[in-house]
Design a protein around this ligand. Sequence first.
Ligand code: SF4
Length: 348
Amino acid sequence: MNNILSFEINEIRNILQGWGEPSYRADQIFDWIYKKLVLNPLDMTNLSKTLRQKLLEYFSFQIPKVVRITGDGNTKKYLLELEDGENIETVLISHKNRNTVCVSVQVGCPIGCKFCATGLIGLKRNLETHEIIGQLMVIQEDLEKKEEKISNVVYMGMGEPLANYDNVIKSIRIIKEEWGFNIGSKHITLSTIGIIPKIYQLAEENLKIRLAISLHASNNELRSKIIPINKEYPIEELLESAFYYAEKTGRRVTFEYVLIKNFNDRREDAKELVRLLKGKPAHVNLIPWNKVREYPWETSDLKDIFRFKEILANSGINVTLRISYGSKIKAGCGQLRALYLKNKGETI
Ligand code: SF4
């Protein structure tokens, strides 16, 4: 059955037109769903009984089931179950009046980065648009209890957003548009490992969302060791596509850089990064490595973390040191799901 959360308003208008209904009914339906969070069409009381019944028969209104919520200070992590029994996770980070939701886009991930728990799973499947939107509905329902709203969305959970392009783009429209979640494009960030052709495609979508690129190394030799796809999409070409995106959208690009001890946190790595980004519309997020048992990498020493940051800052690079709020409750990429499956006796 078609899940209504996969549809944009124009598509619903067309369907309703075919049913002989006026187009404003679509606005009423979306108002119930996205503003009042009503997911039972029978409760949409300003619609005729016939239309309510028809909606019930034609569409599914299902959202993912919450299996477990873990919380630690500012971070809440939701382990969700999809209709086919697969698990995904969504993270809510509440900080300084902001409620940022980190959504997943795939069950597992095909990229296989050598520092990521999700990379160990491999790709099981892409999420449908409604499964991405459903994650936001679950969290908005939870936030509603304290009369708060989602303010920011980051595509930074399980999976590579640009490897599930069509569903991700559609979900961004639903999140962004007034008839949907009505969250402005500057509050939406898509984080990618760097699938170059899709970055160019994204630049042409006129979405003007923020783009973050997981760089994690300042030369191809190092980057290819932890991000296999770098062999196909090397750093120079990746940066070219990123700066094209910046030029097209007027938004500087964020480069995520996970600092790993004695691997990419040395003085020469910082200097090399400066050479790549100096004078460019770029911002660097430094993230000290969040240890995953399955990988040998160690967390950088504090003095090396601060030295790295200082070299960038002193060279005029915009840089932020980000402490991962999720790390204490295993909110890093894919870790809660991995733990859950382990407890269920499944292998990942
Ligand atoms: S870091 Fe991102 S792209 Fe790489 S394996 Fe993990 S989820 Fe996939």
